[in-house]
Design a protein around this ligand. Sequence first.
Ligand code: ATP
Ligand code: HMH
Length: 265
Amino acid sequence: MRTALSIAGSDSCGGAGIQADIKTMTMNGVYAMTAVTALTAQNTLGVRAIQEATPEFLRQQLDAVFEDIFPDAVKIGMVASSDLIRVIADRLHCCKAMNIVVDPVMVSTSNAALIKTDAVSTLTEELLPLATLITPNIPEAQVLSGMEIHSSADMEKAAEQLGKSYGCAVLLKGGHCVNDANDLLYSNGTLRWFEGKRIDNPNTHGTGCTLSSAIAANLAKGYTLEKSVERAKDYISGALAAMLDLGKGSGPMNHAFALNNKYSD
Ligand SMILES: Nc1ncnc2c1ncn2[C@@H]1O[C@H](COP(=O)(O)OP(=O)(O)OP(=O)(O)O)[C@@H](O)[C@H]1O
Ligand SMILES: Cc1ncc(CO)c(N)n1
């Protein structure tokens, strides 16, 4: 069985973070492992508290995984501070990790800051250059590129700029656009749009975590980057279209019906 590792924060309400990643990897037929960067006390309305792992404890988790069950892909989500980012970069480099998908998580759907301001430069200098793929949403791409993004043409410029700066592929997600939810992939000098109809569902807690871990799971199974993005987009669209309605705020998605027998493997 293929394996994937999620390095991310725990979400107590189960919609985002480590919990979304385990559900997604499992539903995509991949064995999920975890290294927890932080515990969050959060629900569909907001984040109440964050307790980070110590850098030493994060290192222990990573070494325990890499020395025993080598992951076929790695997904990285919430990492709030510079010291934790440095530990991850060091271990990924030393362990020769492959198929690294970095979701540069900055704020939650409920608008809480999930990274310290001074850690953004550590993320860009130490972690993004190790990535196979980064998956910023539009606000994150604006911070990383220093560009304002208002149109498809702006998305194309920003994706290309980020890909060239960090030497990785970039999936610029269009979930924050007003009209359709079209995502843009920049890879090896070419741009490709992945079109998605906007689904009229206010429950989008964890969409970014779910998309990036679905891509990692498909890379772990040996699909190309383009095929992995295509399959992950089908997964997120299915999970949103299943219209789960839980909680008082922006609720989680329905993983059980995300694929709806679309793929047999
Ligand atoms: N209403 C929607 N209908 C269809 N697809 C959507 C919708 N909202 C988001 N998506 C898709 O979900 C994926 C995640 O995109 P989004 O831009 O929401 O990420 P994010 O902001 O990082 O997520 P999060 O809210 O978890 O931080 C993308 O493929 C995007 O196109
Ligand atoms: C732990 C965690 N990671 C990521 C997100 C982004 O949605 C969140 N809300 N919580």
